[in-house]
Design a protein around this ligand. Structure first.
Ligand code: FES
Ligand SMILES: [Fe+2]
Length: 332
């Protein structure tokens, strides 16, 4: 089987929020690869982080009109990674080996995405609502959790945990049974819809209110999930969770929400506060799961019908990892 790094290098992964990347070069990490990303005149660039000359950290350098200039001796690299300037000997040809590994990088959906392979195996997720001006967005600080990207996405997709882990935020402990639901296989991932009697926490001693909410899950492989919450009485909002693998056991997650622009005055504060409380509940579970690496097989854990969505996700991810189609076991 291909290594984890090899298998997932062929996909786009976010390495920073676009708002984090200003005029200074920024350190990033992806699949055990140390990167530096920076803004060029026309877009964004990503290369190896350490200078080809003497290993200086290029995050300490500067972006100039010619490219990224190292702070140690001023060697400057273009976005293709080739050295274009060696100030100590301007009249001599630049050594051919004076180059950095360079990678494809693109800015979209408020994120900087990098693909480590020369040819991406799949395009970026399609989230047209984020580009047609119909919604506003708000992001959380990056989630820096000690878990794997696949485990994180499975928690997002986990239907049965809502009533347990999210007691006190929106989970409804009365609703333990998970009604049967369908999972659709899509070329880009998996999709499912459920109805959940979410519980708004009691305010000022009033009894908590049940709000039957439709949750629509849509996964873009390998590690991006979009989840829309449509309550009966209020505007819908959508969360986007994109896990970025540092290694097989460690990820960072880029998490943001889109919402109706009419809610601009209140939604961002409310969302950030409540979502941080919800995600803290998830983090405690995720970081304590073992193994940390997402098990890319069906036999090491037990699957029941309520797990159909995470199980179908796992099926699709195993197929990506191995390059071969697989069928999950029938859930018990
Ligand atoms: S180490 Fe970067 S220019 Fe010398
Ligand atoms: Fe959760």
């Amino acid at each position: 089987m291909r290594s984890y790094k090899e298998a997932f290098s062929a996909y786009w992964h976010p390495v920073a929020f676009a708002h984090e990347l200003k005029e200074r070069p920024l350190a990033a990490r992806l699949l055990e690869t140390e990167l530096v990303v920076w803004r060029t005149g026309t877009g964004v660039a990503a290369t190896q982080r350490y200078c080809a000359h003497r290993g200086a950290d290029l995050c300490g350098g500067h972006v100039t009109g010619e490219g990224l200039r190292c702070g140690f001796h001023g060697w400057t690299y273009g976005q293709d990674g080739r050295c274009v300037q060696v100030p100590s000997q301007p009249a001599v040809p630049i050594p051919a080996r004076a180059a950095l590994s360079s990678y494809q990088a693109v800015e979209r959906y408020g994120l900087i995405w990098v693909c480590l392979a020369p040819q991406p195996a799949a395009p970026l997720p399609e989230w047209p609502e984020l580009e047609d001006g119909s919604v506003a967005t708000v992001s959380l600080p990056r989630l820096d959790w000690n878990t794997s990207a696949g485990r994180l996405i499975e928690i997002v997709l986990d239907v049965a945990h809502l009533s347990w882990v999210h007691d006190g935020t929106f989970g409804n402990p009365q609703q333990q049974e998970v009604a049967p639901y369908e999972v659709e296989r899509k070329p880009h991932g998996v999709r499912a819809q459920i109805s959940y009697p979410a519980l708004a926490p009691s305010i000022g001693g009033a009894p908590p209110k049940v709000d039957r909410t439709t949750l629509t899950y849509d996964v873009f492989l390998p590690f991006a999930a979009r989840l829309t919450f449509k309550p009966t009485v209020f505007y819908a909002h959508t969360v986007y969770a994109i896990a970025s693998p540092w290694s097989e056991e460690k990820m960072q997650c880029f998490y943001f929400s889109s919402y109706h622009p009419r809610l601009r005055n209140h939604f961002p504060d409310m969302f950030v506060k409540s979502e941080l409380a919800i995600l803290e509940q998830d983090r405690l579970v995720a970081e304590a799961q073992r193994p940390l690496a997402h098990p890319l097989d069906f036999t090491s854990e037990v699957h029941v019908r309520a797990d159909r969505l995470p199980l179908e996700y796992r099926r699709a991810l195993i197929a990506l990892r191995t390059g071969q189609a697989v069928e999950p076991p029938t859930p018990d």
